[in-house]
Ligand binder design. Structure first.
Ligand SMILES: [Zn+2]
Length: 142
């Protein structure tokens, strides 16, 4: 259901009316079923939405987005904590270390994590070396 404030162009009276949808309003208007409550004129029109309504809507949308982002950030932080505790940091040597584990069957007690470019990750994948990419948030973001 949608509520519109309608205005009669003949007697200038304003009144609220409920419609199933904005399409229903257009349909009724086309078929000349929309008439003024007071003078029965067909010159009834929707008044423009007030800017306050639009602002409120925008504000709440932004709120949802930042809430969503906060939740994602929390999940990433959770992953980072797990990785830091269970994996060995190798930094920019990640590609080299990943290859040496894969090709030399080098046994490591811990998995490794570090940084690599998209191209390097693609190459590792082509060589059959499985890597997981996760977004990384620096602590200074807090
Ligand atoms: Zn009227």
């Amino acid at each position: 259901m949608i509520k519109y404030k309608l205005i009669c162009k003949d007697c200038n009276i304003k009144f609220d009316s409920w419609f199933a949808s904005s399409n229903e309003y257009e349909k009724l208007k086309k078929r000349k079923f929309l008439t003024c409550h007071s003078c029965n004129s067909l010159k009834v029109e929707k008044t423009l939405m007030t800017p306050q309504v639009i602002n409120t809507k925008l504000k709440s949308e932004i709120k949802i987005d930042s809430a969503k982002y906060g939740k994602i950030k929390k999940t990433i932080k959770h992953y980072q904590k797990f990785i830091k505790n269970n994996f060995q940091y190798v930094g920019d040597n990640f590609v080299h270390e990943a290859r040496s584990i894969h090709y030399n069957d080098k046994k490591k007690s811990k998995g490794i994590y570090g940084s690599a470019s998209n191209q390097e990750i693609k190459e590792l994948k082509e060589e059959g070396i499985d890597t997981q990419v996760i977004p990384w948030i620096e602590d200074k973001d807090n």
